[in-house]
Design a binder for this molecule. Structure first.
Ligand SMILES: Cc1cc2nc3c(=O)[nH]c(=O)nc-3n(C[C@H](O)[C@H](O)[C@H](O)COP(=O)(O)O)c2cc1C
Length: 240
């Protein structure tokens, strides 16, 4: 009887010691949640975007049938892969051309991304460089609120994780097509924006085109060149 009790005590002690030793290990060896370190990017610095996916499980038909303007978002951030995919959808390089058609292949559109919450990217405004598939930081700090004010206080612009700002340089097209080139540029902004809508469906994100804003203020906020004219803002966020 005494032997059994002693064996019981020894087993219990061994178990307690084993748990005491193992517990901190368990705590410190929890599977690491993958979180990319927020890197400070200086104005003028460029970063490479991840290579976009060229395949997905969403058909064009499904994306078309689900496309809707979405103005409320969950407040969660986006990943760098998602923003890479959205920018590529708007103006990315595909073989000798781009994802959207362009009159005379003259490419009058420029894209800026106003970043509020993107994993691994600090807040600021970034210019998309399609040829290199890179981002160039052009402005420091969170500009979403000021951008929303420039858009008549439209909340979705402030609440989105990012806002994509489309600008155009008309002269790239009008030197060849004259005044008719202006309408071509508007059409191209429509093509590019629709690509973003459809890509957003495929990524289960929400977006909307915003055409109501004070152009000069938007231009100032993204630090656009003198000849650039802002045409659209597309806030993007996770669907709320
Ligand atoms: C040229 C243009 C400008 C628009 N501007 C705004 C805008 O400033 N704010 C907004 O909330 N929606 C804007 N929209 C989105 C429309 O309100 C939306 O497309 C329309 O209500 C139809 O809804 P759907 O996109 O879900 O089909 C704009 C759409 C277009 C085509």
């Amino acid at each position: 009887m005494l032997t059994k009790t002693l064996i019981g005590v020894v087993i219990a002690t061994v178990l307690v010691v084993a748990i005491a030793i193992t517990f901190p290990v368990l705590v410190t060896h929890k599977p690491a949640v993958e979180k990319k370190v927020m890197q400070k990017i200086e104005v003028g610095e460029r970063i490479k975007l991840p290579v976009p996916d060229y395949m997905s499980n969403t058909s064009v038909e499904e994306a078309l049938s689900k496309r809707r303007s979405i103005r409320t978002y969950s407040g969660e951030g986006l990943s760098i892969d998602e923003v890479s995919q959205l920018l590529w959808a708007a103006q990315g390089i595909t073989g000798k051309g781009r994802t959207a058609p362009s009159a005379g292949a003259l490419y009058p559109l420029e894209l800026y991304m106003v970043v509020g919450d993107v994993e691994g990217l600090d807040k600021g405004v970034y210019k998309y460089r399609p040829v290199e598939h890179e981002l160039e930081k052009v402005v420091d700090g969170d500009k979403r609120e000021e951008l929303a004010e420039a858009a008549g206080g439209q909340e979705c612009v402030k609440e989105a994780a990012i806002d994509i700002v489309f600008t155009a340089i008309y002269e790239r097209t009008t030197w060849k097509y004259g005044d008719r080139g202006i309408r071509y540029v508007y059409m191209e902004a429509g093509h590019a924006a629709q690509n973003v809508y459809l890509q957003a469906v495929s990524l289960e994100l929400g977006t909307v085109v915003i055409g109501a804003f004070i152009g000069d203020r938007v231009k100032e906020l993204v630090n656009a060149e003198e000849q650039e004219v802002p045409l659209y803002i597309m806030p993007v966020g996770r669907q709320g």
